[in-house]
Design a protein around this ligand. Structure first.
Ligand code: ADP
Length: 320
């Protein structure tokens, strides 16, 4: 293999640049030419492809977002789009591809491999919701961003004896709410994976108040319901002087944490090695603190078990 390419697709995540940098540097170190594809699969089909040098990825490890930009391109679900993409890659003499993104991006990678174009997946999404890894790129930075905000909110919540509902990202996965919840000492964590009863949340708020606690933090994953709706429902039980904060896209930005920079470097390096070994259709991940490989198609057909879901019960027993 002489030429490989990399693209970022779907939602951006801090640490993607660290992975791109590792791919470019490891590829060049091993004598390969490395190409960057702008705007995900859209750029691939449009031929927005350029060679990357060692310098192009200089000064990027500390930057959030993705220097290759990202895009949603539903047309890539069609065979026609996929074939066009492969045609473009072949025009540049590219023989292997690395895709950094979430499960939608993985589906594109699986389709390309099935069509004979070896593709490796790197899990990049703040939601942490990819099978085959316990941690995705961007998750650690996102939960630290949430903690920064909640620490500030806690100050004002205490001053006014308020209940703050913090709505965090996670449509299908509660990982951000779970980790940021336990990390911020939230009285309640509400996630899509575990049914909740409002009566129990009310009990948790009251238990804190009876102990003289001045503030209450409820960490709510957006996939359960919107923060405003949750506040309305809570009001039916008592007036807890509730305020809602929707953190939104701040969770996606910012300089990557040390962990995400290291993960990006590790994932990028190993993805290149897999292509060099002639492998395709695999994705890299971390399982039990070790680097692990899985079959992309298999991960897409496997229901995800949330790692460390036990944190939910632990929080109940230590944050009352
Ligand atoms: P994420 O990768 O973060 O899950 P998306 O679900 O938006 O984000 O997917 C990113 C891109 O991957 C889509 O815009 C599309 O180009 C491509 N994609 C998604 N689903 C498929 C599919 N079933 N087959 C091929 N490509 C897909």
């Amino acid at each position: 293999m002489k030429r490989i390419a990399v693209l970022t697709s779907g939602g951006d995540a801090p640490g993607m640049n660290a992975a791109i940098r590792a791919i470019v540097r490891k590829g060049i170190y091993d004598g390969l030419e490395v190409y960057g594809i702008n705007y995900g699969y859209a750029g691939m089909v449009a031929g927005d492809i350029h060679r990357l040098t060692v310098d192009d990825v200089g000064d990027t490890i500390s930057r959030g977002g993705t220097i290759l930009y990202s895009a949603r391109y539903p047309e890539f679900k069609d065979l026609e789009g996929q074939k066009k993409g492969i045609e473009q890659l072949k025009k540049f003499g590219i023989e292997g591809l690395i895709v950094i993104g979430g499960d939608g991006s993985y589906r594109g990678g699986a389709a390309l491999t099935k069509l004979g174009f070896p593709t490796i997946g790197i899990p990049g999404t703040i939601d942490n919701d990819i099978v085959g890894t316990e941690y995705t790129l961007g998750f650690d930075t996102a939960i630290n961003t949430v903690l920064d905000s909640v620490d500030k909110i806690r100050d004002t919540a205490t001053s006014h004896v308020r209940t703050f509902i913090i709505e965090v990202m996670g449509r299908n996965a509660g990982d951000i709410a779970l980790w940021a919840g336990i990390g911020s000492g939230a009285e309640s964590i509400v996630i899509p994976e575990i049914d909740f009863r409002m009566e129990e949340v009310v009990k948790e708020i009251r238990a804190g108040r009876e102990r003289g606690k001045k503030h209450t933090i409820i960490m709510l994953a957006e996939g359960v319901m919107q923060g405003t709706e949750f506040a309305e429902k809570l009001k039916e039980y008592d007036n807890f002087h509730t305020r809602v904060t929707v953190l939104g896209h701040v969770q996606r930005g910012g300089s990557p944490s040390a962990r995400d920079r290291v993960l990006g470097s590790l994932f990028g390096y190993n993805a290149v090695q897999l292509l060099e070994e002639g492998k395709g259709g695999l994705c890299v991940g971390i399982v039990g603190s070790e680097l692990a490989y899985s079959d992309i198609s298999e991960t897409l057909n496997t229901k995800r078990d949330v790692p460390y879901l036990s944190l939910y019960q632990i929080n109940k027993e230590i944050s009352f």
